[in-house]
Design a protein around this ligand. Structure first.
Ligand SMILES: *[C@@H]1O[C@H](CO)[C@@H](O)[C@H](O)[C@H]1NC(C)=O
Ligand SMILES: *[C@@H]1O[C@H](CO)[C@@H](O)[C@H](O)[C@H]1NC(C)=O
Ligand SMILES: *[C@@H]1O[C@H](CO)[C@@H](O)[C@H](O)[C@H]1NC(C)=O
Ligand SMILES: *[C@@H]1O[C@H](CO)[C@@H](O)[C@H](O)[C@H]1NC(C)=O
Length: 426
C-alpha cells in the first residue's frame, strides 16, 4: 500500500509500520475466517444435539434453540462486518490515518465528522456530514500535509503547484483550507464579449503582469508560451491561427463549428470541451453563437485557467481522471481533442471509463465531437474505432486523414475526426 511515496524521508518508519500493520490485518482476517467457520460448525453440531434432546426430552422447548441460533447468526454477521472493514483497510479505501504524528492539524480538523444538528435525516438516513478528500491522497500523505501545513486565518503559501501535483497524483478532491489565497490584481480585464479576443487592455499579450503570477512556470510571459510546443500559438489571439480555429478549416479533419452546430439541428445550447481545450477558443467561438461551453483545464506548464477566465469563459480545474462533476444527460455537445486524448489512451480500460463518463453526461441526441484523434498506428485506430462503435452512436461525420508526425522520423500518423450522435437507449 502506497509503498512508493512512503519510502521518502521520515516516511520510512511509516512504511515499515504499515507493512506490519497489513500483515497483522492479514493474520486477523485469517483468524476471523477460522472463527466464523468454527461457529458455523458449532451451530451445526449443537443444533443436532438439541434436536436429539427435543426428540428424547420433550420437556425442553424450541424457543431455547431458536435463541441459540439467533446468537450464532449474530456472531457470524459481526465477523462478516469485521472482514469487510479489514478488506477496506487493506485496499486503502479507508480515509487517511489521522493518528500519524506528522499529519497537519488543519487536515484533522477538516476531516472531522460533524453530526447533523437535528439528528438523523429521515429521508436519507444520514446522521453525519463527512468532508471529502480523494482516497489516493493517502499515497501522498507527506505532500498533503505540506499542503495543509499553512497558518489558519493567514495567507496561504504560494503553493498552487503543490496542489496541482497532488491532483495529478490522484489526490482529488483536495481538502478545503482556511487561509487566504494569494490575490492577483487582475487589472485591465475587458467587458464581455470584447474579452473573448482581447482579455487585457489593448489586447497586448505583453501586458502579462496583471492576471498571472508567473512563479512556478518556466515561461514568464505569454509571448514565451506562444513558442512552446504544448499549445503552440494558443495564447496569441491576434496574430497567427488561433482566431481562425473552428471557423476556418486547415484540413479535412478540422471541422468548423457552424457545420457541427448544423448537425445538432439548432439544439446545441451547452457544451463541454473536455480535453485539449487549450486557451478556450472553442468556448469563445461558441459564445458568439450563444452556446455556453465549459473548458476543462489544468495549469500544466502554462496559466490556462487564468487566461480562459480572463476571456470571460468558464475554466474547470480538474484532472482527466476525475469523474466529470455534472449530472447525467445534461450536455448537448462534448468535444474531445485528440492531442489531449493521447495520455488517456494507453490502457484500454482507462479509455473506456473515460468514454462511458462522456456518454453519461451527454444527452440523447447530443453530439460527441472527436477532434483529430491521433492514432500513431493502424492497430490503435482499430481499437479506438471498435470502442466508439460499441456505444452505438450515429456517425454524422467520420473523416480519416493522415499527416506527417511531429517527430523527426517523418513517420505519418492516422487522424480520426468524427461527429457522433448519442442514441436514445431504452
Ligand atoms: C420454554 O423455555 C423458556 C426459556 O427457557 C421458558 O421461559 C418457557 O416457560 C418454556 N416453555 C415451556 C412450555 O416449557
Ligand atoms: C508571485 O508569487 C511569489 C511567490 O509567492 C511572490 O513572491 C510574488 O510577490 C508574487 N507576485 C505577484 C505579482 O503577486
Ligand atoms: C512580462 O513579459 C515581459 C516580456 O514580454 C518580461 O520581460 C517580463 O518580465 C514579464 N513580466 C512578468 C511579471 O513576468
Ligand atoms: C445571441 O443572442 C442575442 C440575444 O438574444 C441575439 O441578439 C443574437 O442574434 C444571438 N446570436 C446568434 C448567433 O444566435
Amino acid at each position: 500500500m502506497g509503498s512508493v511515496s512512503l519510502k521518502i524521508g521520515d516516511g520510512t518508519a511509516k512504511f515499515r509500520r504499515s507493512t506490519v500493520c497489513s500483515s497483522a490485518a492479514n493474520i486477523l482476517m485469517i483468524f476471523s475466517v477460522i472463527t466464523t467457520n468454527l461457529f458455523a460448525l458449532y451451530a451445526f453440531t449443537s443444533s443436532t444435539k438439541h434436536t436429539t434432546n427435543i426428540l428424547y426430552q420433550p420437556n425442553k422447548n424450541l424457543s431455547l434453540i431458536s435463541e441459540q441460533v439467533t446468537l450464532i447468526l449474530r456472531e457470524i454477521d459481526l465477523s462478516q462486518k469485521k472482514l469487510v472493514q479489514m478488506e477496506k483497510h487493506l485496499l486503502g479505501y479507508e480515509s487517511l490515518d489521522l493518528s500519524t504524528p506528522h499529519i497537519a492539524n488543519e487536515l484533522k480538523l477538516f476531516l472531522n465528522r460533524h453530526h447533523l444538528p437535528l439528528g438523523k435525516d429521515s429521508k436519507t438516513g444520514i446522521t453525519e456530514m463527512v468532508s471529502s478528500v480523494g482516497h489516493s491522497c493517502e499515497k501522498s500523505s507527506d505532500l498533503l500535509s505540506k499542503y495543509m501545513g499553512y497558518k489558519a486565518y493567514g495567507h496561504c503559501p504560494d503553493d498552487w503547484s503543490v496542489a496541482q501535483k497532488l491532483i495529478l497524483r490522484g489526490c482529488e478532491p483536495l481538502p478545503r483550507r482556511r487561509c487566504f489565497a494569494k490575490t492577483i490584481s487582475k487589472v485591465g480585464l475587458q467587458p464581455f464579449p470584447i474579452s473573448l479576443w482581447k482579455p487585457f487592455v489593448g489586447g497586448s499579450i505583453n501586458n502579462n503582469k496583471s492576471i498571472v503570477n508567473w512563479s512556478g512556470f518556466s515561461c514568464k510571459s505569454f509571448e514565451c508560451l506562444n513558442g512552446e510546443k504544448g499549445c503552440f500559438g494558443c495564447f496569441d489571439l491576434v496574430n497567427g491561427y488561433e482566431n481562425l480555429r473552428f471557423v476556418k478549416s486547415r484540413s479535412k479533419n478540422d471541422f468548423v463549428v457552424d457545420d457541427v452546430l448544423a448537425l445538432g439541428s439548432g439544439g446545441i445550447r451547452i457544451g463541454f470541451d473536455v480535453v485539449g481545450g487549450g486557451s478556450g477558443s472553442l468556448a469563445a467561438v461558441m459564445a458568439h453563437r450563444n452556446v455556453t461551453v465549459v473548458t476543462s483545464t489544468l495549469d500544466v506548464d502554462a496559466p490556462f485557467s487564468e487566461f480562459i477566465a480572463a476571456r470571460g469563459l468558464f475554466p474547470l480545474f480538474i484532472s482527466l481522471d476525475h469523474r466529470f462533476p455534472f449530472y447525467d444527460n445534461v450536455f448537448d455537445l462534448v468535444r474531445a481533442a485528440g492531442s489531449g486524448l493521447d495520455g488517456v489512451g494507453d490502457k484500454e480500460e482507462r479509455l473506456e471509463f473515460f468514454m462511458f463518463d462522456i456518454d453519461r453526461i451527454l444527452r440523447p441526441g447530443g453530439l460527441f465531437w472527436l477532434d483529430n484523434l491521433c492514432c500513431d498506428n493502424e492497430e490503435k485506430k482499430k481499437v479506438m474505432t471498435r470502442l466508439i462503435e460499441r456505444f452505438g452512436y450515429k456517425k454524422l461525420k467520420w473523416v480519416v486523414g493522415e499527416k506527417v508526425g511531429d517527430d523527426a522520423s517523418g513517420k505519418s500518423v492516422v487522424l480520426l475526426s468524427a461527429v457522433l450522435q448519442k442514441p436514445v437507449r431504452v
